[in-house]
Design a protein around this ligand. Sequence first.
Ligand code: IMO
Ligand code: MG
Length: 422
Amino acid sequence: MTLDVVLGLQWGDEGKGKIVDVLAAQYPVVARFQGGPNAGHSIQFGSTSFVLHSVPSGVFRKDAINIIGNGVVLDPTIFRQECEAIEALGVPVRERVRIAKRAHLILPTHKLLDAADEAALGKSKIGSTLKGIGPAYSDKTGRNGLRVGDLLEDFRLKYDTLKQKHLARLAQYQFTYPFDLAAAEARWMEDVEYLKSFPLIDVEYETNALLDEGKAILAEGAQGSMLDVDFGSYPFVTSSSTACAGACTGLGVAPRRIGKVYGVFKAYCTRVGSGPFPTELNDATGEELRQRGHEFGATTGRPRRTGWLDIPALKFAVMISGVTDLIMMKADVLDGFDTVKVACGYRVDGKRCDRVPYDVFADIEPVYKEFKGWKGDLGKCRREADLPEEFKAYIAYIEQEVGVPVRILSLGPDREQTLIRQ
Ligand code: IMO
Ligand code: MG
């Protein structure tokens, strides 16, 4: 069996939660391989929605095994809150979730460092979710980090050593922040005990054994390709590998075991936080997209920046991850627009260019192609034949430019509002 991967192809918030929940019906195993509680994956049940941060989006499917991989960074306090909220819905979360011993822990002082780093950057801040992601990954690659497996032996000593290093760093900042470290720490220690009640696993042996037994695994990406630490608009990125390769290193699975790579993108673009966004609309149309698409952060509540679809960025994301199937989300948000625009290229410092530029401060101007908008309610379409011709032309153009078929259309938050194409 193969490891199939779901990835966000833009700047996050593409709708990965909904799609993983839908696809999870076909996968006995769902696994997160990178990121942490900076993610906010929303799943809709009738009129209520649930936001997952660290737990894989397969948790609501009966019999699904959900794995938190070694590439993830885990905050025990957020994890516990999330699990208790899931349990309150009657879902036996402890039977469904397993955690890699090699996953790294986010300490309360990581959050303080995140806030101090951002404050020191002033106007050039990244716009981090302030969940401690960057500092936790820095400790991981800097070989200082604490891992879930450390909870099993001499934990307090290891914790205090790392905390002291953090406090020494924090003392160098002119930084005050209303944060009760002692209280956060006391709670964190209790939440660590809660975390220890879950199966703590050697994830690389487990994932490979599951594949050998004939169980397909769906790897659920967090964030998006344009926030990848290597290929995103550095330094305005997250601190993990959000592209397909991250699924191998984040779960201990070899590249040749990868099967399908599902690339999820919205029919337009959004970005939350700082950094380049060539097709951004700072006008009434941008506001309309934000309101109609409910484009407010699921993790931080911040209003998301909005703009038209960006083809060079989409092609770039498809290239670095070898996407085999495209999944288009939220085209229903564009219902009733007279014209829909797509950036088919850029003008960078005045010169025509089809590549995503290295320089994040370059002057990028999109070159647009215009499409006639469609009338009617895409949210009600259940078959290909129901789709308006203008919308089909929009999809056909994207497929032709990107060279990958759009296999799934999500036309609303509900599981039923999903059209699988032949
Ligand atoms: P999901 O999985 C959208 C953005 C932040 C910031 C940058 C770095 O829901 O798509 P970090 O907290 O990682 O240090 O922030 O990345 N960011 C996201 N944007 N969706 C996400 O996750 C994001 N996770 C991080 O806004 O610009
Ligand atoms: Mg999000």
